[in-house]
Design a protein around this ligand. Structure first.
Ligand SMILES: Cc1cc2nc3c(=O)[nH]c(=O)nc-3n(C[C@H](O)[C@H](O)[C@H](O)COP(=O)(O)O)c2cc1C
Length: 327
């Protein structure tokens, strides 16, 4: 069984396979999520098999790993869930939180908060086809949904569909006039709704998400819910994960690596990827935040950004960048 004590959020454009490999070097146990993949892109006949493989590609090291799907057609979601299970993912998650116009016009993401019956049908269809857990990532509400009751009604209905865990981004989303970025900042965080959900429905697995940035807050949240999901902070400050295997998972054998060790452990992977045609920057862009808060962090970021994109850039760029920083 996978542990959901701590997870890193699905983040489009950010949590690609390179970012996940890097994060895995920092924490062995944290559950990782892919970027959202929509069912249309996965199933579209015009896509080549190669494209399908690309959506489902990951390194064995990345486990435990969840695939996040975007969609609202139960049959399509069920088929994609099967593909996820066949590819070896540990969980499949449905996105009911993304407020972007593109996603809304495709009839998936946060707009589905208004259609709990449909979400329940989606979950039931996926559950019927796979034995890995099927989870839902949602908001506390959208638009005019006010207060705690709409969240409770949504969760109760989707639970009946067989949902194994709810990840609740503890702010509502405005589907009109507010950008996705603003929708991660403007609506106020209402952690108390998520705590109340766990209190009133103790048999449900409830994960809290939104604005959580340090270990003390994670520890505190874990008194109220089953798990914590971290998004932006895990990307801007990935070293936050360095002690979680010991402190949250009780893995006393887990090494707390230095930042430099983590970078050096990435070298073999980078060499492999460069040899297969991946550009250095596709990997180094995810490690810019590693020295966040350390002396030389700015020079580290600048050196990697300016040189990682040059033709022929390789490990030497990182070796030089390391000379600017101290753990
Ligand atoms: C760049 C970016 C891309 C995101 N893409 C997704 C996505 O594909 N699926 C999803 O459910 N949430 C997505 N989110 C939302 C995050 O998963 C998370 O819910 C949100 O950032 C709040 O958590 P945080 O305050 O810890 O960052 C994205 C967030 C960011 C910053």
């Amino acid at each position: 069984m996978i542990s959901r004590t701590l997870s890193v959020a699905p983040m489009m454009g950010w949590t690609d396979r390179h970012a996940r490999y890097f994060l895995r070097l920092i924490s062995r146990h944290t559950l990782l999520y892919t970027e959202m993949v929509n069912t249309g892109a996965m199933l579209n006949n015009k896509q080549t098999i190669g494209d399908q493989r690309r959506f489902l590609a990951f390194h064995e090291m990345e486990h435990p790993l969840a695939l996040q799907l975007g969609g609202s057609d139960p049959a399509a979601l069920a088929e994609c869930a099967m593909m996820a299970e066949d590819a070896g993912f540990d969980e499949v998650n449905l996105n009911v939180g993304c407020p972007s116009d593109r996603v809304k016009s495709g009839h998936f993401g946060a707009c589905l908060m208004a259609e709990p019956d449909l979400v329940a049908d989606c979950v039931t269809a996926m559950k019927a086809k796979v034995s890995i857990p099927v989870t839902v990532k949602c908001r506390i509400g959208i638009d005019e949904m006010e207060g705690y009751q709409p969240l409770l009604r949504f969760v109760e209905k989707v639970q009946q569909g067989g949902c194994d865990a709810f990840i609740v981004h503890a702010r509502k989303a405005w589907l009109q006039g507010v950008s996705p970025k603003q929708n991660r900042e403007i609506p106020p965080l209402m952690y108390e709704y998520v705590h109340r959900l766990k209190q009133e429905k103790p048999s449900l697995t409830i994960i809290i998400n939104g604005g959580i940035k340090d270990m003390a807050v994670i520890q505190d949240q874990l008194k109220h819910v089953d798990g914590v999901m971290i998004g932006r902070e895990a990307y801007y400050n990935p070293y936050l994960l360095a002690a979680v295997d010991r402190e949250l998972y009780g893995d006393t054998q887990a090494p707390v690596k230095t930042r430099q060790q983590i970078v050096e452990e990435l070298y073999d992977y980078i060499d492999e990827q460069l040899a297969s045609g991946v550009a250095l920057h596709a990997i180094t862009r995810h490690i810019l935040g590693l020295y966040q808060g350390c002396n030389g962090a700015k020079a580290w970021r600048r050196h990697l950004s300016e040189n990682g994109t040059k033709p022929g850039a390789d490990i030497r760029v990182i070796e030089t960048a390391l000379q600017f920083v101290a753990d």
